[in-house]
Design a protein around this ligand. Structure first.
Ligand code: HEM
Length: 361
């Protein structure tokens, strides 16, 4: 290969090859393929979630240039970003909308890998790391909501942390640490800010790294029928075919995001006042609505337990069951698979109905 200055691209490649195993990477990229089957469309949602996460990192860093994370200054700094900083309102709106789309996309991704049964051996840890990722996305949403220090966020945080406090044994200390005391006060905001910009990004980066590493090592899940009928096997090269399609989808998502951010910009409301009465109709973000609504339907007491406590126990057991799905359905019994799939549909319907009821309530 020529390293002449007339061919700077080749010169750069030769420079890199002299120092790093570039050839091995190129070889790996050339042979990476993606299975093409009836469910292939859903394979794009993991990448879309990743793309939205990258947008969150970019816009989040820009917001931090002006945001001031203390209860005396937070609301004013967000007003300044929205009103005075050039394109500040747009960056803030993109950050808010992208957070919502990212959680929606992670939900679609989770249910699609569930119904494709991509959680089965050897992908148990990909599944569990995915659930942990979704948990961190919830953490991002919950902590980020308080940061503008407006009235709605303040009271929603009170309600949200109250619910955490109901969890038997561990709830109270967690609530205390999150709030920085018995109540939501100015001491709560720096804690949420630290979680939002330091702890959660670090955890998410490590977990996304692990999640993607597992996928690279094990390859993508292939439709079950291919084992018995290898002649049906169809794949597509990852570079450039799948990658280009993924990029096209990212461009479409970017356009949707731009339209939402421009036509429905993030609102600010009025500044939080701890001594003001709670406004009527306080609701959490849509992704917490199902839990919120479910707990509302619980009676005050069930036997020796408080209704909310029992509700949280049911949700916790459901969550543990969801994490254990790869070990429950190993693909050895059709009956078990059918039960797990029906349970998945029931959970999806339950979440949708509860979210809808919470929305219209
Ligand atoms: C920040 C959140 C997440 C990101 C960025 C992410 C990213 C990805 C990417 C890029 C892929 C490969 C392409 C694909 O199959 O779509 C993937 C695959 C996978 N993800 Fe996720 N994911 C996230 C959350 C989740 C969640 C919540 C679950 C489920 C609980 C999950 C479980 C899986 C599984 C089992 C696979 C393997 C699919 C296969 O082999 O076909 N992920 N993820």
């Amino acid at each position: 290969m020529s390293t002449s200055p007339e061919n700077p691209e080749h010169a750069l490649l030769a420079w890199a090859k002299d120092r790093y195993p570039v050839g091995k990477f190129a070889e790996w990229a050339k042979h990476k393929t993606v299975p093409i089957g009836p469910g292939s469309f859903w394979y794009y949602f993991g990448g879309i979630t990743l793309f939205l996460f990258l947008i969150q990192v970019g816009t989040g860093i820009l917001l931090m240039f002006y945001y001031k994370g203390s209860s005396d200054t937070a609301f004013e700094s967000v007003r300044f970003i929205s009103a005075k900083v050039p394109f500040g309102w747009l960056i803030r709106s993109v950050h808010a909308w992208s957070a919502n789309l990212m959680i929606l996309s992670a939900f679609i991704h989770m249910f699609s890998v569930f119904f494709l049964r991509a959680y089965r051996k050897p992908r148990e840890l990909t599944w569990v790391s995915g659930i942990a990722l979704l948990g961190i996305l919830f953490g991002f949403g919950f902590s980020g909501y308080l940061l503008p220090w407006n009235e709605l966020a303040f009271f929603a945080t009170k309600v949200g942390t109250n619910i955490i406090g109901v969890i038997p044994y561990v709830g109270d200390p967690i609530m205390y640490v999150l709030r920085g005391g018995e109540e939501v006060t100015g001491a709560t905001l720096p804690r949420f800010f630290a979680l939002h910009v330091a702890l959660f990004p670090a955890l998410l980066t490590v977990l996304v790294g692990g999640h993607l590493f597992f996928i690279q090592v094990q390859g993508m899940h292939e439709p079950e029928g291919w084992k018995a009928h290898p002649e049906q096997r169809k794949t597509m090269p990852f570079f450039p075919h799948f990658f280009m399609r993924e990029l096209l989808l990212w461009l479409i998502v970017l356009n949707i995001l731009a339209v939402l951010a421009v036509f429905f910009p993030a609102e600010l409301g009025i500044e939080a006042d701890a001594f003001a009465p709670a406004p009527a109709g306080i609701k959490p973000e849509w992704y917490f609505l199902a839990t919120f609504e479910f707990l509302k339907y619980m009676p005050a007491h069930v036997g020796p337990m408080e209704g909310e406590e029992l509700g949280l126990l049911v949700i916790s057991l459901g969550f543990i069951g969801w994490c254990l799905v790869p070990w429950i359905d190993r693909g050895r019994s059709r009956l078990v698979t059918a039960i797990v799939m029906v349970a998945g549909v029931a959970i999806l319907v339950f979440l949708s109905v509860m979210t809808y009821l919470g929305h219209v309530a």
